[in-house]
Design a protein around this ligand. Structure first.
Ligand SMILES: *Cc1c(COP(=O)(O)O)cnc(C)c1O
Length: 467
């Protein structure tokens, strides 16, 4: 253990402080009333300023972020977050805003909302957006509330069901259930797309709509989308677009043109604002023109959502412009297909063919199982990648495959970085074939090895514990 791996609490020395000020020549101010004072002295560590700085810097380096390395976490679009976005959000006129300020002082911010509304409408083919929702899932709930509102306004009270494909992200059925809708699952075909024949009998007059993402969670474009849109509209239902997978389509295809009526975007994914660890995010919801009047009845967050996130995304759009936004989509697709082709001789590819921005392997082709030694699993591959300095891909999602390993490189990585990742994945496949024990024990170089993930999530230890 390095000296500075010690926690700051263990470095504490009685009487040591992080400052030394000249003695105060002025009389002391009024005392804090005893009722407002703590009885027990706080047991804070007594350390110097460098000790504190090193403590936090070392802690920060135990984590993995997009600023430390390649982060191919499928479904999450962990693209690089350009620093110009941060600079714009840090401008005093924006950073100093308070939501209760007089409207006359917030014109700049209102202008950002207005311009962003126009930009997102033109990128997606929707009519207008609300910026209240603070995450993708929050957007789904808002969008479904709009869907219900639409049917209720027309006095159509039978529509209590929403159709969700079996490949959907878990938040889709969850949002539908929270919104009081009954979830009806539609199966996928062998080729990973929605089975249109299986969809037809589900389309009754009780259906409020369908939730889809396109490309879907397998990274595959739903080629039958026009037919699906016609069928759903034909029975009076609406189409909801989960825009979390918008990255590969930007500047190329628009959900509005595919027939979608309502959608959300994840600004923290497609539009490069920082995410991970739960927030802050932004999930603006767009609607087509005939649903415009279903928005104002709703209030899903205080004020107007996470303004700082919306502002960063606006900076991102302006700094790329129309032409380069299109390249984002194209390069993200190119990178994903390149990785897939370079690895499919070693990893099982259940659905072959051109993918969009991401794809799913189903574990190793040769997992090295022999005699009493079990083969290397997807979890083992993910853990071993950490030793090579890469964040793991998404594992065991989507649920359609047992050993799912979902890779999304994004457009922001150089060919050299992507090649280094491919190299590591190939080495790991070689290790598994020869001696899967190396993988079972991985990671070998990380600050912690394999925590009990359930216990870590349910009973996290969030403060220092003395032995
Ligand atoms: C990330 C994601 C969501 C949920 O978005 P959050 O912003 O994490 O709430 C929904 N659907 C898909 C396909 C996603 O990838």
């Amino acid at each position: 253990m390095k000296y500075y791996d010690k926690l700051v609490f263990e470095l504490s020395k009685e009487g040591r402080t992080g400052y030394s000020l000249p003695s105060n020549p002025y009389p002391a101010g009024p005392e804090v009333p005893s009722a407002l004072r703590r009885e027990v002295p706080l047991r804070l560590p007594e350390v110097s300023e460098p000790d504190v700085v090193r403590h936090y810097t070392n802690l920060s380096q135990m984590n993995f972020g997009v600023d430390t390395g390649f982060y191919p976490l499928g479904s999450c679009t962990m693209k690089y977050n350009p620093k110009i976005n941060e600079e714009m959000a840090g401008l005093a006129g924006f950073a100093g805003l308070h939501p209760l300020m007089h409207a006359g002082l917030t014109k700049g911010a209102l202008k950002v909302y207005q311009e962003m509304n126009k930009a997102l409408a033109s990128i997606t083919g929707m009519y207008c957006f609300t910026f209240d929702p603070c995450a993708g899932a929050h957007g789904e709930l808002t969008g479904l509330m709009i869907m219900r509102q639409y049917h209720m306004k027309r006095g159509d009270l039978r529509r209590t069901k929403v159709i969700v494909p079996d490949s959907a992200h878990g938040t889709n059925p969850a949002s539908a259930a929270v919104c009081g809708l009954e979830v009806v699952e539609v199966k996928s075909l062998e080729n990973g797309r929605i089975d249109v024949e299986a969809l037809k009998p589900l389309l009754t007059e009780e259906v409020a709509g369908i939730m889809m993402t396109n490309p879907n969670t397998l990274g595959l474009f739903e080629t039958e989308i026009k037919t699906i849109a016609e069928l759903v509209h034909g029975i009076g239902g609406l189409l909801y677009y989960d825009g979390a997978n918008m990255n590969p389509l930007m500047g190329v295809v628009r959900p509005g043109d595919m027939g979608f009526d309502i959608m959300h975007l994840n600004l923290h994914k497609t539009f490069s604002t920082p995410h991970g660890g739960g927030g802050p995010g932004s999930g603006p919801v767009g609607v087509c023109q005939r649903l415009e009047d279903c928005i104002p009845d709703l209030k899903v967050s205080g004020f107007h959502g996470n303004f700082g996130v919306i502002l960063r995304a606006y900076a991102y759009i302006l700094s790329l412009g129309k032409q380069h936004l299109r390249k984002v989509g194209q390069y993200s697709v190119l990178s994903a297909n390149y990785i897939k082709e370079c690895l499919k001789d070693l990893y099982k590819l259940p659905i072959d063919g051109v993918c969009k921005h991401e794809f799913v392997f189903d574990g190793l082709i040769n997992d090295g199982a022999h005699d009493d030694v079990p083969g290397a699993t997807t979890l083992d591959v993910a853990k071993r990648l950490l030793d090579y300095g890469f964040h793991a891909p998404t594992i065991y999602f989507p649920l359609l495959f047992h050993q799912a390993l979902m890779i999304e490189p994004t457009e922001t990585e150089s060919k050299e970085t992507i090649d280094a990742f491919i190299d590591a994945m190939r080495k790991i496949a070689g290790e598994a074939a020869q001696d899967p024990e190396i993988l079972h024990a991985a990671p070998h170089n990380a600050p912690i090895t394999r925590p009990d993930e359930t216990a870590a999530a349910r009973n996290p230890i969030l403060k220092y514990q003395e032995n």
